[in-house]
Write a protein that binds this ligand. Structure first.
Ligand code: COA
Length: 324
């Protein structure tokens, strides 16, 4: 049960609605903490195959971090706030289960960053995106400088962040910030669920690997975990805390597969052919997406789902994937 989020699980899709409409769903400490918790629920609940993040009311997806919590923070507290928020958004971005943003209005500051941390975005025609932080004497702090640049390119991203201007839905669509615009607000969740229903029919272990490899290509995922000590608690076992909840990670270096799938084979990149880019003598990094793709492709052959997919195709029937 959440205080600031409304959740609904139907057809294996969890809808998460940020519920502070009177404050345009601004991300205060409580919302951030509960977002951290709900992301862990998405990772661990086997009934959830994919998720939607949206905002309550007609006006805003999220109008940013809660500015009223900023005054009086020291530089160190500001850095910690950014690290905590980035950690939660990173967990969204690297979720093995797809998470879509259904942007129902303003997506500003932390709201735009939250939408960008999701795997893809749909919006209503009246949605507005922006990173207005520079006008508050700030910069985006939850991954926005990185993800906006990844999504729309350096020139556009810098201009949007420096001017703080609002980007209308059509422009956001044109520049690749959103995948689809719906004309009627009522259609937003329906269309998002339709897309996720299509994805939910596919093989979960393959989906997890597509997300992971695409994240590497985008400079997300492993690139972050290798260089950030805050995040490393999630990757290197032991107790880790997210959103106020402590979880134990048995896996030494990788998140377990969703739906109880097989553990990944040894991720020691020193076992790669030495000519492959990304192979490292100390086995410390699998940063190169091409290399990881080859390994992940091979992992798929060890899954029952791959056998099922090929057999179903040859038998001209619909596959039934179990995530094993
Ligand atoms: N943090 C805290 N409160 C916020 C907020 C935020 N990021 N964004 C909106 N709110 C609050 C307002 O303070 C107001 O509360 P009140 O009714 O108690 O005064 C309420 O939400 C409604 O917002 P309001 O500004 O009155 O609506 P508007 O239609 O005039 O303007 C916006 C809408 C989105 C243009 C405006 O709210 C805004 O600029 N918000 C801040 C956006 C921002 O800079 N985000 C980045 C933060 S780092």
């Amino acid at each position: 049960m959440y205080k600031t989020l409304l959740t609904d699980l139907a057809d294996n899709i969890l809808t998460v609605m940020i519920n502070r409409p009177d404050k345009l769903n601004a991300l205060n400490k409580d919302v951030m903490s509960e977002l951290g918790e709900v992301v862990e629920e998405i990772y661990t609940n086997k009934d959830i195959r994919s998720a939607i993040i949206t905002g309550a009311g007609q006006r805003a997806f999220v109008a940013g971090a809660d500015i009223s919590e900023f005054l009086g923070l020291t530089s160190e507290q500001g850095r910690e706030l950014s690290a905590k928020g980035s950690e939660i958004f990173f967990r969204i971005a690297s979720s093995p289960k797809p998470i879509a943003a259904a942007v129902n209005g303003f997506a500003l500051g932390g709201g735009c960053e939250l939408a960008m941390a999701c795997h893809f975005r749909l919006c209503v025609s009246t949605a507005k995106f922006g990173q207005p932080e520079a006008g508050l004497g700030l910069i985006p702090g939850y991954g926005g400088t990185q993800r906006l640049t990844q999504l729309v390119g350096r020139g556009r991203a810098i201009e949007i962040m420096l001017t703080g201007r609002m980007v209308e839905a059509t422009e956001a669509h044109m520049m690749g910030l959103v995948n689809y615009i719906v004309m009627e607000p009522d259609e937003l969740l329906t269309k998002t669920r339709e897309l996720l229903s299509v994805i939910n029919e596919k093989a979960p272990l393959a989906i997890a690997r597509v997300i992971e490899c695409a994240n590497i290509a985008a400079g997300d995922g492993l690139a972050y975990s290798s260089g950030n000590s805050t995040h490393s608690t999630h990757r290197h076992g032991g107790a880790s805390s997210s959103g106020g909840r402590t979880t134990n990670k048995a896996d030494a270096s990788w998140e377990p597969d969703p739906f109880g799938g097989e553990a990944r084979p040894d991720d020691n990149s020193s076992s790669l052919p030495s000519g492959l880019p990304g192979a490292r003598a100390d086995g410390s990094g699998m940063k190169n997406g091409f290399t990881r793709e080859q390994q992940a492709f091979g992992e798929c052959f060890a899954t029952m789902d791959m056998q099922e997919g090929a057999n179903a195709f040859l038998a001209k029937r619909k596959p039934h994937f179990t995530g094993h």
